[in-house]
Design a protein around this ligand. Sequence first.
Ligand code: ADP
Ligand code: MG
Length: 725
Amino acid sequence: MATFRQRALNEAAMHATGRYYAEEGPVSAYFGQNVLDLDKMRGYMSQQAYEAVLASVKFGAKLDRSVSNEIASGMKAWAIEKGATHYTHLFQPLTDSTAEKHEAFISFKDGKAFEKFNGSALVQQEPDASSFPNGGLRNTFEARGYSAWDPSSPVFIMDGTLCIPSVFVSYTGEALDTKAPNLKSLHALSVAAVKVANLFDDNVKAVNVNLGIEQEYFLVDESLYNARPDLMLTGRTVIGHTSAKDQQLEDHYFGAIPSRVSSFMKDFETEAYKLGILLQTRHNEVAPNQFECAPVFCEATKAIDQNMMLMIIMQKVAEKHHLKVIFHEKPFDGVNGSGKHCNWSLVTDTGVNLLSPGKTPTKNLQFLSFYAAVLRAVHRHHYLLMTSVATLSNSYRLGGNEAPPAVMSVFSGSTLYGVFQSIMNMKDMKESVKSDLESIKIVNAIPEIFPDNTDRNRTSPFAFTGNRFEFRAVGSSQNVASAVYVVNSVVAESLNEFRASVDELVAAGEEQSAAVMAVVRRFITEAKDIMFEGNGYSKEWELESEARGLKAVRNVPEAYEVYHEDKTVQLFDSLGVLAPNEVEARFEILNETYVKKLQIEARIIGDICLNHVIPASVKYQNILIENIKGIKDIFGGEYMNFCSSEIETLKKISTYINNISADVDALVEARKKANRIEDIGERAKVYSYEVKSMMEKVRFNADNLEMLIDDEMWPLPKYRELLFF
Ligand code: ADP
Ligand code: MG
């Protein structure tokens, strides 16, 4: 009797290796061919229109209606040349995905067909917002939402459609997406950072964020995936016994990439290159069938948009290879989960990386100022930062023994850490600075020893890696914008305070560099508890961090309460990133999403147990019963001597079956109880305490049954098959 699993295994064995998108010539020959970048735009519009776009990209100037028609028609001409038939505003709703609604260019007038795309269609679209989460920002009778082109992100063509990266706002102007607050946070950060950078260099007029986003993912054979309803509906396996071999030998990490996977990689890279995504690294990750790719860093908005595009491309290309890309943070229990490391740095419009220590005392004082401001920001809002990556799926990963811990800390590396210690220990700032520029000497010592940034701490959620911070706790399925605008905001607030404090000291008669040094010292001292150089996975750190007053995110809905704290609301409001009602909307949406996702998981684990696990177990139970009966027929009273092991197994199976059906009932009850709770925050909490723990009980029984039942009869692909196809 062939189970669905066996058929899937046969199919998987037949899935061939091959390439589908091979391009002629070097990558440079087709790199960026599907993006309308600034350079190309020049050829499709007048100088005046081009300059309007340029001003919009560089300084955020509003696009004037008078030129938008011309820009649109230039875009249309380019798109049609490239064979596009449709256009879409691509936006990033609060669901961590992208949304698109395609419109055809084709139009009809006076009996004639022609392609139409005008300025208003470019600048503003009106998708029905009613189906997107809005957290009460939109009255039900007012379903309208607007999407508008974000000129800082170029338009591109995918699958014959001109894609227009857009922000998404409600009828009354509140942000319904992650892009709008991110753009605002980048602006606030630039303003704040310029004020501090100007202490060292008057020429700085803008400061940008650079992001390099490393994407981890799993690959699973499509047929095996289709035979796992839990993977299909939730992105993770809700049951499944660990494989005898998983990652313990660490023979997968950085190992040779299997040829089926490498064909897939080459194909999606080709598509990514055409869209101007500069993918640079690819390698096997720690878990079996886990991989990573990373582009070269670039300006934040572009990096985020490209990451969202990359995720779409990877999924599309995988279809051709009969593969499924799993972006879920923890698809398989017991092996490593996936993250999306966000490499974050600050660069001036004059080309200086503000997080790169330099060779001169001034450059170093500048570096220390920015570093101190980041430290203080991360310390002050450590719980908010950790919450910015708290989702149901990421909660299965964080705090595990192979993922960043659930509590925030900053790793600086021994050299820098030593510098901070000496700064904190300096006896008299004024004295030393005035007499022999003592402090600057310390600063000056950095470059000599610094280039050795080999001491990398993999256990830190926020690590300094030589010229940037790496936020490692971000989840692999997340739109990083929701974490990045929090980083930008907390750092902007801190830089504003930094400059204000320096100004105060200078006004009181302090010499400027002494004032800067004094503020650096104050910020570092105030934030010293966030610095941790040790093993983030250890029990000691769990206790130590608690003693230091650092709050860990141990429960996701509890963490969301941080959005109700004055400190948070004030932060976003004062910087103009999110108004209080927009923060409240996010609180609601996050909780709603948490509940919905957990609800789906709870249903699917119930279904799988009732429809797959129990029936298979009962079948095997019957075989054992027949067997025991037969032995009894033959051996009579002595039968126990010949089938004690079958009887033991039968007892175990019967117990697990009983447990599992009782637990599934209890799970349904827990869900019903939670669903009766009106308040969304409270409902999410009950889901997290009761529904989640019931699911664990159900799983325990199912995984034990998997170990006992005849392999031939087990209906679902096993971990060893999913992880080692
Ligand atoms: P690792 O896995 O060793 O951390 P990767 O090479 O996989 O390193 O990824 C590092 C990422 O950091 C790349 O995307 C890279 O472009 C990016 N990066 C390097 N320098 C900076 C910088 N100054 N600012 C932001 N990102 C950077
Ligand atoms: Mg990497």
